[in-house]
Structures are given as C-alpha cells and as structure tokens.
Design a protein around this ligand. Structure first.
Ligand code: ADP
Length: 623
C-alpha cells in the first residue's frame, strides 16, 4: 500500500483552513474556547518547570527562607490556577465540541434539503455522503478532525515558543574563562551545531510519526469496507427478524467464517498487520529518536553547569523546558502529518458540500388566484434521466383543463410518474417546455411554483411525529383544518379511535405509546396531507396501489367529490379507478398514445386502452 499523500501540503492546508472557517460559522463559540484551552495546555508544563527551577536555585545558592517560601507559594498557586482553568476549559470545550458535531450534521442535512431534486435523487450523491460518514466513523477523518488538528498546531507552536523562551539563556549564558577547555561551549558554532541537531532530530521524529499516520489513514478504503462488513456481521445475531432463519439454516456458520477471515479490525486484520509492520516501526522510531534530544540537552546542560555557567536550578529548567520543547516539535510535525492526511478526506467533504444548484431559478411569482385558474401545458416535452440511455418521455404535449379530472393510465414504466415529476419541476426536461399560464415554469420562483401542487406520491413517507403534524407538515398548525382534511380523506372514524387524537404519535420509534397504522390508513393520512396544503392542483400517483379494490373504490369515489374545484390528476394502472375522469391520457413507452373519455377510448377496439381494459377486466372477473 502506498502512503504517498494524495494531495499537496498547501492544498491540504487550504482545505483545513476552509473547513475551520466553515465550522467557525456554524459555531462561533467553539474555536475561541479551543484556542484558550490549547494555550493553557501548552503553558502548563513550563509553569511547573519554571517554579521548581527557582526553588532549586534558591536551595542550591542563597537558601533564604522568605524567598524560598515565596517561590513555593507562587509556584503552587500558579500550578493550581492552571490546573483549575485547564479543567474548566476542557469541560467547556467538550460540550461545545458535541454542539459543533450536531451543527455539522445539520449543515449536511441542510445541504441535502437544498440540493436540486435531480442531484438528491442520484445514487452518487448518497454514496458520497456515505463515504463522508464512513471516514468519520472509523477514524474521525474529515470535518471533525479539523478542530483537533488546529488545536494541536496551536498548542505545540505555543509550546515551542514557551520552551524557547525558557531555554534561550542555556545558550547565551557563557561558561567562565576559568573553565579552560570547556569554554568551547561558548563558541557560537558549537551552540549552532547543538541547536541544529536538536531541531533536526525533532523534525525527523515528527516525520516518522507523520508517515506512520499516513499508513493509518491510507487504509481508509479497506477500513471503511471492514466497518460495513462489521456493521452487518457484527450485529447479525442481534436482529430479531433473522432469529428464525439463523436457527433453521445454521447461519452462525457464515458469521463465524467472517470473524475468522475478514475482520479488518481483528488481530490478523489489516490494521493489526500495519501496526506490526511499517506503521508500528515508524511510530516507534519517531518516539525513540526523541530520546536523542533529551540526551543532547542533558549532556550540554550538565557540561555548562559543571563548567560553572549556572546552578542546579537552571539545569532543571533547561532540561525540563528543552525536553518539553522537543516533544512539542515532534507533536507539531505529527499534527502536520495529520493535517495532510485529512486533507484528502476534506476533498470528499467539499465535493459534497460544493454540489451546485444547476436548475435555473426564476423570480416570477405565481399569482395567488382565488379562482384557481391555472393553466398548465406540456409542449413537445422530452426527458431522459441523468445518465440514462433512453428517453423516459418523448415528445409529450398536453394541456390541462382547469378544474377537470385527468386520468393517466399505462403500463409500468410507460412514463406516468416521470410526467408528474416534470410537472412539479423536480426535473427539467431536455427538450420542449412546460408552461404555466403561458409562461415557461422555469421563470417562476421555484418555491412559489411548488405551492400550486399537492401530490400523493406512490412512495410517500409519513414521519414518526404526531398525526396532526404529519398532516400539516409543521408543528404549529390549524387543528380544525387538519381534522377536516383527515375526515375528507376518509380517516374520520379512525381518528375517533386515536388515543390522543391529532396529538397521537405515529409509529413507535420515539415512544411506546406511538400507533402503528396500516398501509391503507397511511394512504388516507397522505391524502389528508395533500388536502391540508389546499393547492390548486391535486395529484394522486397510484395512491391506491396497496389497497384492495373495494378500499380503492371508496377512496376514488370520495376523492372525486372532495377534489372540488381543484384540477385533479390521477395516475393508476387500474383502469376501473379512472372511469369517472373527464379525460384519460394513455401512456405507452414515454408517449401519450390516446386521449379521450372512457367510452371514447373503449370504442377504439384496436387502441392501447381497449387492450389494457380487456386484460384487466379478465383479471377482475376471473374469465
Ligand atoms: P411509470 O410511472 O409509468 O411506472 P416511470 O415514469 O416511473 O413509469 O418510468 C419511466 C421510465 O423511466 C422507466 O423506463 C424507468 O425505468 C425509468 N426511470 C424511472 N425513474 C428513473 C430514475 N430515477 N433514473 C433512471 N431511470 C428512471
């Protein structure tokens, strides 16, 4: 496996800064607290070094009780104050980090909400989002590693500066001339050589650690896959619905085979192999090399003290500070390594966050007409799904008559749902145009245009929220209006039996008292939702697919009545449901092949409608 960074350091740095800016925007409080915590963390070891050096110096030289007391008390007070502030900042930082995590998730959710439907509908978009989640899941890579890395950079830079401040006099305090040959320690060249060795060794150690880190993060693809396998096999035995199959077919054998061979995080898995191999060796080497620095500092400091440059207290200060500083240089290099490795994962994050809104956004407002006199026309519309070879709709032209009922029928895959998706502007056609009152729908404000449609999609989803909130699509709603919509949709009797009326929670996801509802009941609630919206167009896309023919007849019979003065469009592959419509459009292979009333269409014995009708009549009568 190659551990070469996949992007340049400068790019990784700019990704990191962009991510920090983004996170700072979602939570203004986090970074100042993080910075304060890092500063306190960085200074803490030097506070102890400084005061113990003063105490030792006093003990080794003048031995003045007053001064000694003062140093001891000042040292204890400062160390204590640092410890208290550090603990408080840590707690504050932790809670703000959790808050930041939540806000980051909202950022992703908002992005998903705001995507053009075509992008939201693409598998590639969901794969990208999954990849981001998996990178974060297995090693914390991505946006949330940025605060950690930034904190490490800041803490270690402050650490190095503090260490330098406490060690500078190690190099500048001269050995007295009486020290003879040891005066060589005063030579600038000698000092430079020592300092250079210390820095070089720290950098080398940090480099080893950073390379080791790269091994870890470049295992991401395998680790992500391992995580997915673990998510499946690891919890296989816990799933109630698998219990019977597991017992009948001894499926635990499959799981055991997985544990034996493919457990990425197990003792013989990829990460364990890396830890035994180059990753572990580099990490060990990095830590080992830093000992050389401590050795150099000890030798240099002790020789100068021996020669009479300073006392034993200063020895403590220099050795302590230089060792801590070497640790900071090492950690800084490791943080740079982490920053570089994470840069690649941030690319994935930004790839998702930067998905543009390509749909043309018009600004015209749709007039709010009390007479609901909206006329929609498809003019030579053709459409292909992104990446698809074939046209899903080809050259479709149709004009809706206001207030009438239009039925759309046709076999599965003939383009009925696609037609509705274009009508609601979830997609834009590649050819032709769709007009609302004579104006291309792309020129209208998108939200405004959406407001004129209520649709019950085939795969509608209700939410684990109270019934009323489901109907209204919001928590604060007009209860009387929601009740009326439910009654109109045929849910009245069931509403009477709901334990908390409109406040009854649907499903049991969040409460034991939630109510499970049948497919037919769910459909009625979905229809009530469409009625509550009270849009001029009401569209039902095979809303009765899950119902038996009697329940279907009930819903259709009622719906015809409550559609009132709205323009209603029904899609169904059950022709019997559509007989009552003023007009029926028959779809075949993405085109409208017939239009007319039920009787007119049936009269054409060679037409598609006749063929479908005959086939279904046979089905229903069992001939
Ligand atoms: P119907 O509603 O009449 O069953 P659809 O409008 O759902 O038909 O589908 C029309 C054609 O478009 C079919 O060939 C279907 O496979 C294809 N199709 C539908 N949705 C997608 C999609 N999201 N991506 C690619 N092709 C699609």
């Amino acid at each position: 496996m190659s551990v070469e960074g996949k992007i340049k350091f400068s790019k990784a740095l700019s990704n990191c800064l962009r991510a920090a800016g983004l996170l700072n925007k979602v939570s203004r409080r986090y970074f100042p607290v993080l910075a304060a915590m890092c500063a306190v963390n960085a200074l803490t070891p030097y506070v102890a070094v400084f005061f113990s050096a003063r105490v030792l110096s006093e003990l080794a030289t003048y031995r003045r009780p007053d001064t000694l007391w003062r140093w001891v008390i000042a040292g204890a007070a400062c160390t204590g104050a640092f410890a208290v502030v550090k603990a408080m900042l840590y707690e504050r930082q932790e809670t703000l980090y959790d808050d930041l995590y939540g806000r980051k998730e909202i950022l992703f959710a908002r992005k998903m909400f705001s995507l053009d439907y075509a992008d939201m509908d693409k598998q590639a978009t969901h794969d990208l989002r999954d990849q981001i989640r998996q990178n974060e899941g297995w090693a914390g890579l991505g946006l949330m590693l940025v605060p950690t890395v930034m904190g490490e950079l800041l803490e270690n830079i402050i650490g190095i500066l503090s260490g330098a401040a406490l060690t500078v006099s190690l190099f500048t305090t001269p050995v007295p001339a009486s020290a003879g040959a040891l005066t060589v320690l005063n030579s600038p060249l000698f000092i430079l050589a020592i300092a250079a060795v210390m820095v070089a060794v720290s950098v080398l150690a940090g480099y080893c650690s950073a390379r080791s880190e790269l091994y870890y993060t470049s295992a991401s693809e395998e680790a992500n896959f391992g995580n997915r396998l673990f998510g499946f096999f690891g919890f296989f035995g816990l799933q109630k619905e698998r219990g019977a199959d597991v017992r009948i077919y001894s499926q635990e054998r499959l799981v055991s085979a997985y544990w034996a061979k493919n457990f990425a995080f197990g003792g013989s898995g990829l990460l364990a192999r890396l830890a035994r191999g180059p990753m572990g060796i580099l990490s060990g080497l990095g830590t080992g090399i830093t000992v050389v620095i401590t050795g150099c500092v000890y030798v240099f400091t002790c020789m100068k003290a021996w020669a009479g440059a300073f006392d034993v207290g200063s020895v403590t200060q220099y050795v302590g500070a230089a060792t801590a500083m070497a640790g900071s240089i090492f950690a800084l290099m490791s943080a740079f390594g982490e920053l570089r490795a994470n840069g690649v994962y941030l690319e994935t994050t930004f790839k998702f966050l930067d998905i543009p809104n390509a749909m043309y956004q018009g600004s015209l407002t749709t007039e709010k007409r009390s007479d609901r006199n909206y006329e929609v026309e498809f003019r030579n519309v053709s459409f292909k799904y992104p990446g698809a070879e074939n046209w899903a709709l080809k050259n479709v032209s149709i004009k809706f008559k206001v207030g009438r009922r239009l039925a759309i029928v046709g076999e599965n895959g003939s383009g009925k749902t696609t037609f509705i998706k274009l009508l609601c502007r979830l997609y834009d056609p590649q050819e032709g145009e769709i007009l609302l009152n004579g104006i291309d729908i792309r020129k209208y404000d998108y939200r405004d245009y959406m407001d004129i449609f209520s649709v019950v999609f085939q795969d509608f989803q209700l939410i684990s929220q109270p019934l009323g909130a489901n109907v209204a699509g919001r928590a604060d709603y007009d209860a009387e209006r929601a009740r009326r919509a439910l009654v109109d949709a045929g849910f009245g009797d069931r509403l009477e039996t709901m334990p908390e009326g409109l406040d009854t929670q649907l499903y049991k996801d969040f409460t034991e008292n939630g109510v499970e509802i049948s497919g037919g009941e769910a459909q009625k609630i979905a229809i009530a939702r469409a009625l509550y919206k009270d849009a001029p167009f009401i569209i039902l896309d095979e809303p009765t697919a899950a119902l038996d023919p009697i329940a279907e007849a009930e819903i259709y019979g009622k719906f015809n009545e409550i559609a009132g003065d709205r323009t209603a469009i029904y899609i169904s592959h059950r022709l019997s449901s559509c007989r009552f419509c003023d007009e029926i459009a028959v779809f075949q292979d993405g085109s409208i092949v017939q239009r007319g009333s039920h009787e007119e269409l049936l009269a054409d014995g060679s037409g598609k409608y006749h063929e479908l009708w005959t086939a279904q009549a046979q089905y229903y009568t069992g001939d």
